[in-house]
Ligand binder design. Structure first.
Ligand code: ZN
Length: 363
């Protein structure tokens, strides 16, 4: 019997999350921007299996189902597929995550995200009906816990938590908001309180902003919970990109989004710094979102290896802080086999005319 998510967190364990699926699968040719719907679960199951397996090998303790935006309403707006239903995608995605999770002791988290009806009419019954339809599938499948993620408005996230809570499994809830609060101006602390009062067992932040900004936002959530005398586990699953100039609006407002984000990619060493900051902030569920590749997850697992007492399988091909480089026969390489080298390096972009913050390409 594998230990459940709350059992692990209640025991003080550090749980490593997985990384971004839809953005990574877009790059690999299986997901279409700008809607990023997850029909790949039905169309290209082998691509989804492979990415699950890579995150797991990199140290992820949780595999999230590829169910981002998988409602019929969103599929219809996207125009990406006409012959595949949200239910078919949700079923296939649950089976794929379970199949790969069973290759280790990873847990399966089934996720729901913001609905297309909320921005139109903020209709609670319509939002809940969409989420309920996804939950109906999840309940028929072997799922360990639920993740309510990528909500810009705490109000909609609260409705989603209320629906998912009835599924009888632990619920995590992460908003894609900044330290300034949600889209309605609700401060992070108050957002956290509302999510926990609605039934969330774990709360935090995912996507939209760089790791250290997301950690700051989770800290504000934690303070809000403490003031209200509430307890919940904390989650952070940020972008794998540097976003210094959009710390309130989110990465979709960057000129480079979504097809020229590469120069902003974080290194594995940036990720180690992030994992340590998250841990020091009291966050114990530490993962990633868009821009996170398997090697970024491995970096989180390596940074947390003293606390976790274990290294992921993928570290066999790495070695802590570049230790694997020590076997090379020349000093220019062997002197890089240490923490000091990588921790102090300022990597260049290699682009002479590339500013550190973007300028809009169009006026
Ligand atoms: Zn994301």
């Amino acid at each position: 019997m594998r230990k459940g998510i709350l059992e692990r967190l209640n025991a003080g364990e550090v749980v490593i999350g997985d990384g971004g699926y839809v953005m990574q699968l877009e790059r690999r040719g299986y997901v279409k921007a700008p809607h990023f719907t997850p029909e790949a679960a039905v169309e290209h199951p082998e691509a989804v299996r492979q990415l699950h397996r890579e995150f797991q090998r990199a140290g992820a303790d949780v595999l999230q189902t590829l169910t981002f935006y998988s409602s019929d309403e969103k599929l219809q707006i996207s125009g990406n597929v006409t012959d595949i239903t949200g239910t078919q995608i949700n079923e296939a995605a649950c089976d794929l995550a379970r199949e790969i999770a069973n290759e280790s002791d990873a847990l399966v988290a089934a996720g729901v995200s913001q609905t297309p009806v909320y921005p139109v009419n903020r209709n609670q019954a319509e939002v809940k009906a969409i989420i309920q339809k996804q939950l109906d599938v999840f309940k028929r499948k072997d799922i360990d816990f639920y993740m309510v993620e990528f909500f810009k408005h705490v109000e909609e996230a609260v409705w989603a938590v209320e629906v998912m809570k009835a599924g009888g499994k632990p619920v995590g809830a992460t908003l894609c908001i900044s330290p300034q609060g949600d889209k309605d101006g609700t401060p992070p602390g108050e957002c956290a309180v509302r999510l926990v009062r609605a039934g969330a067992d774990m709360v935090g932040i995912n996507c939209h902003l760089d790791p250290l900004t997301c950690v700051r936002t989770v800290k504000l959530m934690k303070e809000g919970l403490e003031k209200a005398g509430l307890k919940a586990h904390l989650i952070v699953q940020p972008l794998g990109f540097h976003t210094p100039e959009c710390n309130h609006s989110g990465y979709t407002t960057l000129a480079e989004y979504p097809f020229a984000m590469e120069a902003r990619a974080m290194t594995r060493w940036d990720m180690q710094k992030y994992a340590r900051e998250a841990y020091n902030a009291g966050i114990r569920y530490i993962g990633g979102c868009c821009g996170f590749e398997p090697y970024h997850i491995r970096a989180l697992a390596e940074e947390m290896s003293p606390e976790r007492g274990v290294l992921p399988a993928a570290s066999d091909k790495h070695g802590l802080w570049g230790a694997g480089l020590a076997t090379y026969g020349a000093s220019f390489m062997t002197e890089r086999a240490c923490r000091e080298y990588w921790e102090n390096l300022l990597p260049a972009s290699g682009r002479p005319n590339c500013p550190s913050m973007s300028r809009p390409a169009l006026k």
